[in-house]
Every structure is written in structure tokens, then in C-alpha cells.
Design a protein around this ligand. Structure first.
Ligand code: CTP
Length: 384
């Protein structure tokens, strides 16, 4: 399976086979799917030893209450539990189950036992469950799992001791209690950056506008709505070693927020014949951070440039106008598929030592990979 270049082998338990077929898993992974501990036809009767030796990491996902209990008791009665017991590699468990099963003292006791045995976890989220109920127990999102995998696998944490600030998502600028000005930003790229920075050991503050994403585990997240709130939260989080302004900040806000819902019939700020809304410019957060005194300014300040045309020229000009160190140019034209999707195609731009703009096009890849490439560059620059 192409997981950032990783080779993935799947073990399918009997219960798992009720949800997904071996054929689906083998076509996704491009590998044989393993399920039998003892096979009369397969010569590799020592699969459990081989699979555990050859893997760099074992991920148990989705992990039921049953497999947690069996792992905690050291039971080895099928290929999955035998491979886990025979492993000397890191193990990452991603539970998914009904809320009451998750909250049951027996499950929590098993989790504590496993945590004491140095098993890694990505805890479940709140949301709609497969059983039809709503509550905690839903499997964590894939992005979070992938980044946790990276965090466990990266033995070195080059950004340990470094503090980072990341803005993400859109801002919402209210017009009245029910309406606002905003944009299509999903927050996926900003959240991926926060997780990638934390995976490299950075102490991260994520300042996020409203998105449908869950606040990432283990990362201090400040949820805001407006650009002014985002600026205040950013200033509050200083000093930091690096800051990445990835948020799609609304450039304008309505001059007056009406206390009550504006009625079609009796609008005070909407002139019905022209339907005009009076707006004013929002603070530019990236520029404000760039203009801080050297003791407060992030040592490395990175912006994103959302462009629909003349991408390199406009993005390069933004780097100069705003005074950041690097800018990541992003094509957000309608045919680019950037907003809301998992992939991104970006160009890295910086000023060289002679003060000229230089750029480097990065291949189209997932937002996680873009985040990892950028954080790697940041760590190479900060860690001398
Ligand atoms: N940005 C910001 N505060 C704003 C507007 C933008 O911090 N009020 C930051 C964004 O987070 C991004 C960079 O500035 O890092 C560029 O944002 P972008 O939306 O591409 O450009 P704008 O500055 O809004 O300019 P324009 O809308 O004219 O393209």
C-alpha cells in the first residue's frame, strides 16, 4: 500500500472479515492478506514470527474492545494476537467501539495496562458510531493516524525544544447572529502541519478557525472565529521559534455586527435596491507577525499564498510585501481541487542571499506529505 512509500501487510481477523473482504485489502495493499494461524495449504506456517520481525511498526486499527482485552492478557489464539505477542516492534492501537464499551472500566483498565506496556494509542473521537449511537468511540481520522505513525517511527525529534505556531482553517466574520463572511478553507493543510510539527517534537500551538476537523490530540489548540480573534491568539502564543500562517483569513469584515437577525424588510445596513454591505479590512496576521520587534518576531516565518492566476508572481510579491521568510504558493483556482481535498500542489518560494526570489516546485502529493516536507525544511533551517 502506498502510505508515503511504506510497504503495508494486512492481517485480517475473523471479526474484521465481517466488515471487509481479503480481496479489498489485498487490492489496496498490493500484498497478500494474512488471516490463518495454521494453514494446511500454506508452507509459511511461521507467518506470525515472520510478519512481526519484518514490520517496523504494527498498527491495530480498528481495535475492538475484544482485541484490547486479549492483548492486555497476552492471549495468542489467532494470527493477529500471536503476531502482536511475538513482536518486539512498536505497536500503535487505534480503538473503535461503542461508547459504553469504550467507557467500561474493564476496557479502560486494559488500555492502562497496554499503555504501561509502552503500546501507543490514537484515542477515538466523538461522533456517529457504526452501531447508530452518538458518542466517543469513533475511530480517529486517517490523517491523525498517519501522523501518529510518523511520530512513532521517527526516532529522532529534531524540533524537540522548539516552539511553533500554526494558523489553520477559515475565519468567519459575523454580519448578524446567523450570517457571516467566510471561505472554503477546510483546515486540512494547517492541521496536517501542526501534526507534522508535533511528530518532529515541536511544542505546537494551533490557532484554528471553524472547521469540521477534530482538535488534534496532544496539540494545544485555540479555536477562534474572527481574524481579530486569530491575531490576538497568535500574539498571545509568542514567543515562538517558527510560525506558519496557513489560515485563509477573511480579508474583510462587516463594519457593524447587528445584534438581531437582519430582516429582509427592514434592513438598516442592507440597502435593498443595491444590497450593499459595508465592510472594513481585517488585520493581516502574517504581516503583523513579520513586523514585530526582533525579540518577538518568530525566527522563521512562513506564509501560504492562495492564488488563482500568475501564481509565482503574485506569491513572490506577497512574500516581499508581508515580510515573511518563505511563502508556499498554492493554486486554488476552481480546477485545482485544492480546497477541501486531501492533495495539494505547492511551490516553495524564498529570497536567496542576493535578495532574488527563488522557487522550487514540489510534486503534487497529499497534504500530509506537503506538511512533512515543509517541517523537514524548517527543522533543517532551525537546527544547526
Ligand atoms: N493572511 C493573514 N491575514 C490576513 C490575510 C492573509 O495572516 N488578513 C496570511 C495567510 O494566512 C497567508 C498569507 O497571508 O499566509 C497570504 O494569504 P492570501 O489569502 O493568499 O492573500 P491575501 O493577503 O489575503 O491577499 P489577496 O487576497 O489579495 O490574494
Amino acid at each position: 500500500m502506498s502510505l508515503n512509500g511504506a510497504q503495508v501487510r494486512c492481517i485480517l481477523t475473523r471479526a474484521g472479515a465481517q466488515f471487509i473482504t481479503p480481496l479489498t485489502l489485498s487490492s489496496l495493499s498490493g500484498e497478500k492478506v494474512y488471516s490463518e494461524l495454521f494453514s494446511h495449504t500454506d508452507k509459511n506456517y511461521m507467518d506470525h514470527i515472520r510478519l512481526s520481525r519484518e514490520a517496523d511498526l504494527i498498527v491495530v486499527a480498528p481495535a475492538s474492545a475484544d482485541i484490547l482485552a486479549r492483548m492486555a492478557s497476552g492471549i495468542a489464539d489467532d494470527l493477529a494476537t500471536t503476531t502482536l505477542l511475538a513482536s518486539n516492534k512498536p505497536i500503535l492501537v487505534v480503538p473503535a467501539m461503542n461508547t459504553l464499551m469504550w467507557n467500561n472500566p474493564a476496557t479502560q483498565r486494559n488500555i492502562n495496562l497496554l499503555k504501561n506496556d509502552s503500546i501507543h494509542f490514537v484515542d477515538p473521537e466523538e461522533g456517529n458510531l457504526a452501531c447508530g449511537e452518538i458518542g466517543s468511540g469513533r475511530m480517529a481520522n486517517i490523517q491523525e493516524i498517519v501522523l501518529k505513525i510518523n511520530s512513532v517511527l521517527y526516532k529522532e525529534k529534531p524540533l524537540n525544544g522548539f516552539k511553533g505556531l500554526i494558523t489553520s482553517g477559515p475565519t468567519q466574520e459575523p454580519l448578524d447572529p446567523v450570517r457571516f463572511i467566510s471561505n472554503h478553507s477546510s483546515g486540512k493543510q494547517g492541521h496536517a502541519l501542526a501534526l507534522a510539527a508535533a511528530a518532529l517534537g515541536a511544542d505546537v500551538t494551533l490557532v484554528s478557525g471553524p472547521t469540521s476537523l477534530i482538535n488534534p490530540q496532544g496539540i494545544e489548540t485555540i479555536n477562534i472565529k474572527t481574524a481579530e480573534e486569530m491575531l490576538n491568539a497568535c500574539i498571545h502564543s509568542l514567543p515562538v521559534d517558527f510560525a506558519i500562517c496557513c489560515a485563509a483569513v477573511s480579508d474583510w469584515r462587516p463594519i457593524k455586527i447587528q445584534d438581531q437577525k437582519i430582516k429582509k424588510q427592514s434592513s438598516k445596513i442592507l440597502d435593498k435596491s443595491k444590497t450593499t454591505i459595508e465592510i472594513t479590512e481585517n488585520p493581516d496576521i502574517l504581516k503583523s507577525l513579520a513586523q514585530l520587534s526582533p525579540d518577538k518576531r518568530p525566527k522563521l516565518l512562513v506564509g501560504f499564498a492562495a492564488e488563482t492566476e500568475n501564481i509565482l508572481e503574485h506569491a513572490g510579491q506577497k512574500l516581499i510585501d508581508k515580510g515573511c521568510d518563505w511563502i508556499i504558493a498554492n493554486n486554488v483556482s476552481l480546477d485545482s481541487d485544492t480546497f477541501g481535498n486531501d492533495n495539494n500542489q505547492v511551490t516553495f518560494i524564498e529570497l536567496n542571499s542576493s535578495g532574488e526570489l527563488e522557487h522550487e516546485e514540489w510534486p503534487k502529493s497529499s497534504k500530509n506529505v506537503v506538511a512533512q516536507l515543509l517541517l523537514k525544511k524548517i527543522s533543517q533551517t532551525l537546527v544547526i
